[in-house]
Design a protein around this ligand. Sequence first.
Ligand SMILES: Nc1ncnc2c1ncn2[C@@H]1O[C@H](COP(=O)(O)OP(=O)(O)OP(=O)(O)O)[C@@H](O)[C@H]1O
Ligand SMILES: [Mg+2]
Length: 236
Amino acid sequence: MAATFNCFVTGTDTEIGKTMISTALLHALVQQGVRAAAIKSVAAGATPIQTSEGQVWHNDDADALAQAANVVLPRELATPYLLNEACAPHVSAELQGVAIDIAHIKSCYAQVREMADAVVVEGVGGFRVPLSDHADTADLAQELALPVIMVVGLRLGCLNHALLTADAIAARGLKLVGWVANTVDAAMPFAEDNVEALRARLSAPLLGCVPRLSAPLPAAAASYLDFSCLPNWPQA
Ligand SMILES: Nc1ncnc2c1ncn2[C@@H]1O[C@H](COP(=O)(O)OP(=O)(O)OP(=O)(O)O)[C@@H](O)[C@H]1O
Ligand SMILES: [Mg+2]
């Protein structure tokens, strides 16, 4: 049977906690006793690691997601595009002579859906990051037609970024099913007021506020989040 809980995790920017919140989601799904899988749709930034089978290219996000999931996927499904250079995905792809094709990511997702009860797909950067001359991550999310979870990196400027992202998600006919306030800048003044400002303006539920963690591990982040309001969230 195909996975019943699926989501696309986007964020207000790059480096604001999408992977950490995705691993928290996966941790919670595994706790619920379901087979949880993760896809890093486009990974830009890889390092070679020497193994007994030769050199293997690794991406930190893909590794963190795989570690938090309990379904072991072939690398080519878990990371449909693994690009070496850590830069804008369309630039990284061009440097490598690769054309990012959303249909390929969609096909990987369709296969993973058959292998798990729940699939978490992490986007790349923010919601409108270009993937090629013709497409960006909003097109990817639209093609996958998944409910969207938005991670808001709490720092000055996040209100504008979060509201624009929510508008862009709605403009694609997608449903924002929940959002997370993640503390990127522990020294941000009036952080709670910012969360309240978003709570008042976003119709989707706030899944929780994650403080700055000394060890940003999936279980620690998950302890601040309540995913039970998400559509099709598995019941233990
Ligand atoms: N609440 C937090 N407390 C402590 N560290 C955090 C927290 N949130 C994120 N981090 C750390 O910040 C860094 C960026 O987070 P993360 O990799 O999840 O961001 P991202 O949005 O997925 O980035 P990218 O755009 O590269 O995919 C990571 O090292 C992560 O462990
Ligand atoms: Mg990430």
